[in-house]
Design a protein around this ligand. Structure first.
Ligand code: C2O
Length: 570
């Protein structure tokens, strides 16, 4: 009898194992990066796309699945693809930032990204991580719960990804090259987009405005992604409440709001119930612009939430226009602060305590005096300077001969140093009237070394050098807890009382408030080289970045996997 029971138990175990293997799927995709004719704002433009689609294909997987994406570069620019927010545990070679974890895929070349999604559910996205290609090379990456597991909220009737983008009539690559040449700010965009379409407030766009159909009474899930290059955006739907249930592929305690704000890189999942009179309602997004006096694109992109029972809009000119929402003022920081303060993890979480690494990084702009021998036409920033940006006064420069990860793994000297400072080289009134002599960052390729498993606290302190503004800071390879945000200079004596060590939100991108600070914590449990940068691409170009070098641990599953055979080299 005993033996019989043991055999039965064994069979059951085998069955459970077998089904769990069946559950995790491997998804194969081909991404062909190619030039495509895209008609927007009254003109046809040649743009780089994936598979001829703008935005690119939506990838849908379940937690635990593996993605294998073969990227073929048939365009004329170097390209890499980054899987924004995917932890890439031990698979750093698949992360994608150019010259950080790989060299670019050259025109004609290819590279296969292979990675497994472990313990993440919700909305992420993918985008090019080379020059400004991500203006048109991006798409949604949706992670459903494991087969058979429910959402921790009412099952939505329908789901729709909402990708907010930014459009230039000029080739974005030319826009950034021009800015790099002159040292001045790049031209602002000509439109924002929802799922690739500007919407009917722009010329020649009404025919193609995105329509999201709904039935009265149903509750749907919108997966909103800010894929804009350089702009934080407010998002709202006329007359409808939005219930936030997740952000950056982590669930949140549900809270209800009429407007949300996303920095580039951030995602927010909201439930929306069609509880209004059947009609057509505008979905709208426009800038949250926290920098005073800086030029920005002040246009508004729209889509339409359309009740299926609404009177038919077919007869043009006869139908009433959709109902328009009210949007916060462009500089409405109070709304942003209140919105971000509402975020909590869905349950109590284990926030790292007993901190091993107490870091304090300033984030902000700078101006570099025109170097000797450089022509005035290359120094068209304010007063004959070139724009720059830095963390702890270090303006990050990418290598060009090796990727940082390859240089680290193969011990190649001269590519980077590991002396990125744990604190600003000088203490000053960061958010006050900063002396002009402190505006000059230093260029370099400095990494900060973290031992495997170390518990990290990082204060991100905004500065008012040149102009203060909200910076969406993104860390590759990690999610982190945002334990506090505030204004002014972070005060370690008093501001620790604001720390939420119970249920802080887990995210991969944090908005550092304008003239303020944010504190994040994470455990360095993913070996590799991980870029941390401002997700406003213009600031990334100016050097608002650094990278962590996380060493291998000693355990079996604590070291970086070997590089794939087809890894592009420089
Ligand atoms: Cu979404 Cu370094 O990127």
């Amino acid at each position: 009898m005993e033996a019989y029971n043991i055999i039965l138990l064994g069979l059951l175990l085998l069955f459970a194992l077998a089904t769990s293997f069946v559950d995790a799927k491997v998804h194969h995709h081909d991404f062909v990066v190619q030039a495509t004719k895209v008609k927007r704002l009254c003109m046809a433009h040649n743009r780089i796309t994936v598979n001829g689609m703008y935005p690119g294909p939506t990838l849908e997987v379940n937690n635990g699945d593996t993605l294998v994406v073969n990227v073929m570069n048939r365009g004329k620019y170097n390209v890499t693809i980054h899987w924004h927010g995917i932890r890439q545990l031990r698979s750093g070679w698949a992360d994608g930032p150019e010259f950080v974890t790989q060299c670019p895929i050259r025109p004609g070349g290819s590279y296969t990204y292979r990675f497994t999604i472990q313990g993440q559910e919700g909305t992420l996205w993918w985008h090019a991580h080379s020059s400004w290609l991500r203006a048109t090379v991006y798409g949604a990456l949706i992670i459903h719960p494991q087969e058979g597991s429910p959402y921790p909220f009412t099952k939505p009737k329908r789901e729709a990804p909402i990708l907010l983008g930014e459009w230039w009539n000029a080739n974005p690559i030319h826009v950034v090259r021009e800015a790099t040449r002159t040292g001045a700010t790049p031209n602002v965009s000509d439109a924002y987009t929802i799922n690739g379409q500007p919407g009917d407030l722009y010329n020649c766009s009404s025919q193609d405005t995105v329509v999201i159909p709904v039935d009265s009474g149903e509750t749907n899930l919108l997966r909103i992604i800010n894929a804009a290059l350089n702009q934080e955006l407010f998002f709202t739907v006329a007359n409808h409440k939005l219930t936030v249930v997740g952000a950056d592929a982590s669930y949140t305690k549900p809270f209800t709001t009429s407007v949300i704000m996303l920095g580039p890189g951030q995602t927010t999942d909201v439930l929306i119930t069609a509880d209004q009179p059947p009609a057509r309602y505008y979905i709208a997004a426009r800038a949250y612009n926290s920098a005073q006096g800086a030029p920005f694109d002040n246009t508004t992109t729209t889509a339409i939430l359309e009740y299926k029972s609404a009177p038919c809009p077919a007869k043009k000119g006869l139908s009433t226009p959709p109902i328009f929402p009210s949007l916060p003022a462009y500089n409405d920081t109070n709304t942003v602060t209140a919105f971000e303060a509402s975020f909590r993890s869905r349950t109590k979480v284990e926030v790292p305590t007993d901190i091993d690494e107490n870091l304090f990084f300033t984030v902000g702009l700078g101006l570099i005096n025109c170097p000797k021998g450089v022509r005035a036409r290359n120094c068209q920033g304010p007063n004959g300077t070139r724009f720059a940006a830095s963390m702890n006064n270090e303006s990050f420069v990418l290598p060009s001969n090796f990727s940082l990860l390859q240089a680290h793994q193969q011990g190649i000297p001269g590519v980077f140093t590991t002396d990125f400072p744990a604190n600003p080289p000088l203490q000053f009134d960061y958010t006050g009237n900063v002396s002009r002599s402190l505006w000059q960052p230093i260029k370099g390729t400095k990494l900060y070394k973290l031992q495997y498993g170390s518990r990290v606290q990082l204060v991100l302190q905004g500065t008012s050098i040149f102009t203060a503004e909200n910076h969406p800071i993104h860390l590759h390879g990690y999610d982190f807890y945002i334990i506090a945000q505030g204004f002014g200079n972070f005060n370690p004596k008093t501001d620790t009382s604001k720390f939420n060590l119970v249920d802080p939100p887990l995210r991969n991108t944090v908005g550092v408030p304008v003239k303020g600070w944010a504190v994040i914590r994470f455990i360095a449990d993913n070996p590799g080289v991980w870029l941390m940068h401002c997700h406003l691409d213009v600031h990334l170009n100016w050097g608002l970045a650094m990278a962590f070098l996380v060493e291998n641990g000693v355990g079996e599953l604590q070291s970086l996997e070997p590089p794939p055979a087809d890894l592009p080299v420089c």
